[in-house]
Design a protein around this ligand. Structure first.
Ligand SMILES: NC(=O)c1ccc[n+]([C@@H]2O[C@H](COP(=O)([O-])OP(=O)(O)OC[C@H]3O[C@@H](n4cnc5c(N)ncnc54)[C@H](OP(=O)(O)O)[C@@H]3O)[C@@H](O)[C@H]2O)c1
Length: 320
């Protein structure tokens, strides 16, 4: 366990990181992402922080960033309006950043929700609880690789379920068969597919440090909604602590490529990190999936989904 004291000591040293780190937060209009953004911004020297908000949340997010700007005027904060429950909206985010930046140091992704209301497909024909937690995140990584690879020590953190992956419906990755879909499978498929796909990208881009974090129960607005459905997990981490730990994950040398020996990577080359910052081991499941080529199958399936979303977005644009 990485103690909170150690986390705080390390975060205090964020001030000595290079000036002008460029960071993109997706899912930071609330919860773990927002608290992480806040703790990162409090310490980072003159960071350029981009944050994605859907139209309904832009105003409240702008006032959150404005108050951050008041306390840390040396930072630059920009909201990009996009609804990442649509894969195609990620491309708008990527365009907005690529127009202004030549590198991206940090990509922090925490959008998502538990689908208590069942599966309600988006215009792209995808389950938004899976899109926010998997497809859009991987689209962001894929499309931002050129900028990430231009950074000196690029790092990606995806907040979901690193180390708690479960078996997949391998012939129904998108859970289109109603008997396969449930609130839980729509959470575990993104977690398992996320690890496998991120591992492939890590192997192709060895200079990237990629962390898949399972934060455990954290007292966020998202988890508060679960209470309405009778779900009140014990031992919830305070949001403040999760934000400090998030800022630690994006900056600590512990999770650098070739970093500390205390933190092991998965057999596929990414950090699967538990709530308190230690590496976890889910190799029995993951090694079997890799040996059988399920990781490649997942990525091929995902690329096909991206193609379909691109074709659809182009058609919609042409029809306008
Ligand atoms: N909190 C926990 O206990 C816990 C435990 C394990 C894993 N996780 C995972 O960690 C991630 C962050 O959780 P959190 O508790 O911090 O969540 P949260 O407070 O509810 O914040 C979720 C973020 O996702 C965005 N989002 C939610 N539904 C969306 C939709 N339909 N379309 C587009 N964007 C949407 C939200 O945007 P708006 O502000 O616009 O709604 C917000 O930015 C989630 O993926 C969650 O599944 C959380």
């Amino acid at each position: 366990m990485v103690s909170l004291q150690l986390v705080q000591q390390s975060n205090a040293r964020i001030a000595s990181l290079p000036k002008g780190l460029v960071a993109l937060f997706i899912g930071a209009t609330s919860g773990i992402g927002q608290s992480t953004l806040q703790h990162f911004a409090q310490h980072a020297p003159s960071p350029l922080i981009y944050s994605v908000a859907r139209p309904a949340t832009v105003a409240s997010h702008q006032s959150f960033l404005a108050s951050l700007h008041q306390s840390r005027p040396q930072g630059s904060y920009e909201v990009i309006t996009a609804d990442v429950s649509l894969v195609s909206e990620i491309d708008k985010v990527v365009d907005a950043i690529t127009e202004k930046e030549t590198k991206l140091d940090i990509l922090f992704m925490s959008p998502g929700f538990m689908a208590f209301d069942g599966r309600k497909n988006t215009l792209e024909g995808l389950d938004p609880s899976m899109t926010t937690r998997y497809y859009s995140r991987l689209r962001a990584v894929q499309q931002l690789l050129p900028l990430l690879n231009n950074a000196a020590a690029p790092r990606i953190v995806s907040v979901l379920g690193g180390g708690i992956e479960r078996p997949l419906y391998e012939d129904d990755l998108d859970l289109r068969d109603e008997s396969h879909w449930s609130m839980w499978t729509s959470a575990f498929h993104p977690a398992t597919m996320g690890t496998l796909a991120l591992e492939i990208l890590a192997r192709e881009n060895p200079q990237l440090s990629i962390i898949h974090w399972f934060p455990g129960p954290v007292s966020t607005p998202g988890l508060a909604k679960a209470r309405e459905y009778g779900m009140v997990p014990p031992n919830q981490m305070a949001l403040e602590e999760a934000g400090k730990r998030g800022a630690f994950l994006v900056t600590s040398e512990r999770y650098a490529v070739g970093g500390s020996e205390a933190v092991q990577k998965s057999g596929g080359g990414i950090f699967l990190i538990d709530p308190l910052g230690e590496s976890t081991d889910n190799e029995v499941l993951l090694a079997d999936l890799r040996i059988r080529g399920v990781d490649q199958k997942v990525w091929k399936f995902t690329l096909d989904i991206f193609d379909e979303c691109e074709v659809r977005a182009k058609r919609d644009k042409d029809e306008l």
